[in-house]
Design a protein around this ligand. Sequence first.
Ligand SMILES: NC(=O)c1ccc[n+]([C@@H]2O[C@H](COP(=O)([O-])OP(=O)(O)OC[C@H]3O[C@@H](n4cnc5c(N)ncnc54)[C@H](OP(=O)(O)O)[C@@H]3O)[C@@H](O)[C@H]2O)c1
Length: 312
Amino acid sequence: MTSVNRLMRAIRVFEFGNPEVLKLCTDVPVPSPGEDQVLVRVRACGINPVETYIRAGAYARKPTLPYTPGTDIAGVVEDVGKKVTSFKNGDRVFATSTITGGYAEYALCSSSTVYPLPDQLNFKQGAALSVPYLTAYRALCHKAHAKPGEVVLVHGASGGVGIAACQIARAYGLKVFGTRDNHRETDYIDKIEEATGGQGINVILEMLSNVNLSNDLRLLSSSGRVIIVGSRGPIEINPRDTMLKESSIIGVSLFSESKEERNESFAALFGGIEAGWLKPLIGPEYTLDKAPQAHEDIIQTSGATGKMVFVI
Ligand SMILES: NC(=O)c1ccc[n+]([C@@H]2O[C@H](COP(=O)([O-])OP(=O)(O)OC[C@H]3O[C@@H](n4cnc5c(N)ncnc54)[C@H](OP(=O)(O)O)[C@@H]3O)[C@@H](O)[C@H]2O)c1
């Protein structure tokens, strides 16, 4: 599967640990595509929080060491396997996962995870599509079953998933509230309650459930739903807070999405790109040598606006 002639730069992780285990190597063989695979010259790769949990060895699924992190790539097709008919060299594409890792100059992908990159989007925006928009769509549409006219609170609206959720929710006719650094203000819950005129929030997309879940239950309307998108620890709640309003707490896992659901999500998202409401907002950009800094920042930095990406 590897070519002996060509070498590339790629991040390699040889042991699980802190961000410094992300090593930039310059002698990684460029892989060759198998029959049903596509080799992509990566131009941008999205940075997702889950990649920090995996790197730390704290995630349920651990890759075999050494490995290259990264799934959300966009770039240009460099080579295709014999059975691939839907892509050719030079095509602009993005992918929802890779076989060899996205923090690299080249990434090998199964052709089933590669999609044409619409002309409206540049490579950085293409690298901001998969995990953020698919998660936001799944949370809002597949899990919350949000309806036009309902009120949604995107709790963590400045990050990758949050921005995607705001765009989708507006396009689908929901009234949208969002928090960013202001979720640290002591009276922000009162402000939201006031803004809904006492009616409460129908759907809360929660990015940091271990901090907010108890307050979320207070903010919900009758039959309201909290969708657990992100959580970084335990929290105590009073189950009684769910009773009077018959509230639901629903977890979301992009990993559990079926093929049919994935096709539906992309049909909606490609429609959004065509219509012009889906526009990934890019935040901090990094080069591969800054990978440890990028992993530090995505967990520690507050107030980031937009999707963090590697430009490669
Ligand atoms: N369940 C799934 O399948 C799935 C899929 C993708 C992501 N996730 C998870 O979802 C979360 C968000 O992912 P992302 O890619 O959007 O990350 P991101 O780009 O790093 O954004 C993090 C967001 O969380 C916000 N935040 C920080 N402290 C908060 C608080 N106390 N209350 C509410 N929001 C707070 C941040 O706001 P400020 O920066 O303004 O403080 C920012 O908007 C992560 O935990 C990630 O692991 C889950």
